[in-house]
Design a protein around this ligand. Structure first.
Ligand SMILES: C[C@@](CO)(OP(=O)(O)O)[C@H](O)COP(=O)(O)OP(=O)(O)OC[C@H]1O[C@@H](n2ccc(N)nc2=O)[C@H](O)[C@@H]1O
Ligand SMILES: Nc1ncnc2c1ncn2[C@@H]1O[C@H](COP(=O)(O)OP(=O)(O)O)[C@@H](O)[C@H]1O
Length: 282
């Protein structure tokens, strides 16, 4: 494998806040949220092959290659750009699945961006975002690789650089089904829309939190434990959560303090995905 094809990062995302502002006639909920990037990170290696077949190695245990969003992303790009070559995708998972950290979406985006280069497709980033949206609401954010204010069901993106606190991301090991949260009759669905200038992490919340707390007591316990150290929010529809701090030492202290509640990572919230840096060196 040459250097060009190895070590493409697929970072996690966090939702600094998440408001549900309404419901469309098709049942999908409209949101307002601010996405930033953080650790943990998945790493992908690509080996271009001549036979046109898309293969996957590693990845999420128990997930069939045909269901893997990275494999599906490669397939979408291959047919859109009429690529004759194939690829072997090796995935080293760092991001827990189904936790609201967007690992599957991030793997899909990294695959689109990397193979666009390695297969020589030459598609514009906006086109890759469009292809990504077919795979999941969060994929375009990862393709763009820049922190964004998102509206609609996540397809209306406006770049927004936010503050960059130190984070503890905590995975209580609970997989939350997004559909179950959005179907909860008690979910807060009509939060008033706000303008970007009103972003204030302390004052804003994640509207899914009350539902997730009720459906998953271990997540509620983890939120309570981490809240003792710093302001804490759920990311996406959970079950992962994060707290933010003014410096790294405080974050490391909190990480130690919540070790009984799950796996935790310390990193700085980022407005740029490491994928963009990797793209520059390709
Ligand atoms: C809400 C976010 C924020 O990042 O949650 P996380 O997935 O990150 O936790 C995402 O936009 C999630 O989008 P996505 O990941 O594509 O959602 P899916 O799993 O496909 O949605 C499963 C089901 O949830 C409901 N759903 C989903 C998104 C939405 N805006 N409104 C909905 O009502 C629909 O019933 C849908 O069939
Ligand atoms: N490469 C992948 N990594 C993780 N999950 C994947 C991948 N491809 C498909 N999936 C599926 O997507 C689901 C949601 O994964 P993920 O994006 O990590 O969750 P969330 O949207 O809650 O952050 C997983 O439960 C899994 O079935």
């Amino acid at each position: 494998m040459n250097d060009l094809s190895a070590d493409w990062p697929a970072p996690a995302k966090i939702n600094r806040f998440l408001h549900i502002t309404g419901r469309r006639p098709d049942g999908y909920h409209t949101l307002q949220t601010l996405f930033q990037f953080a650790e943990p990170i998945d790493w992908l290696d690509f080996t271009v092959t001549a036979d046109g077949v898309i293969r996957r190695e590693g990845g999420m245990p128990g997930l069939a290659p045909t269901a893997d969003l990275a494999v599906r992303a490669a397939g979408v790009l291959q047919s859109r750009a009429r690529v004759a070559a194939g690829v072997r995708i090796h995935i080293r998972k760092g991001i827990p699945a189904g936790g609201g950290l967007g690992g599957g979406s991030s793997d899909a985006a990294t695959t689109l961006v990397a193979l666009n280069v390695l297969w020589g497709c030459g598609l514009a980033s906006a086109t890759l975002e469009e292809l990504g949206l077919e795979l999941g609401a969060d994929v375009p954010v990862f393709v763009r690789g820049q922190s964004v204010w998102a509206e609609g069901i996540g397809e209306q993106l406006t770049p927004m650089d936010a503050d960059r606190p130190w984070l503890v991301v905590l995975d209580p090991g609970v997989s939350v089904t997004t559909g179950a949260v959005f179907n909860d009759p008690k979910l807060t669905r009509h939060t008033e829309r706000i303008t970007m200038s009103r972003f204030n992490a302390l004052a804003l919340r994640n509207d899914c939190e009350a539902t997730v707390r009720r459906l998953h007591p271990p997540v509620a316990a983890a939120i309570d434990a981490l809240s003792a150290y710093g302001p804490t929010r759920l990311t996406g529809t959970g079950g992962c959560l994060f707290a933010w701090f003014g410096d790294r030492a405080l974050a490391e202290r909190a990480k130690k303090g919540v070790s009984a509640y799950g796996t935790a990572w310390v990193s700085r919230a980022s407005n740029r995905s490491p994928l963009l840096g990797r793209l520059k060196t390709s």
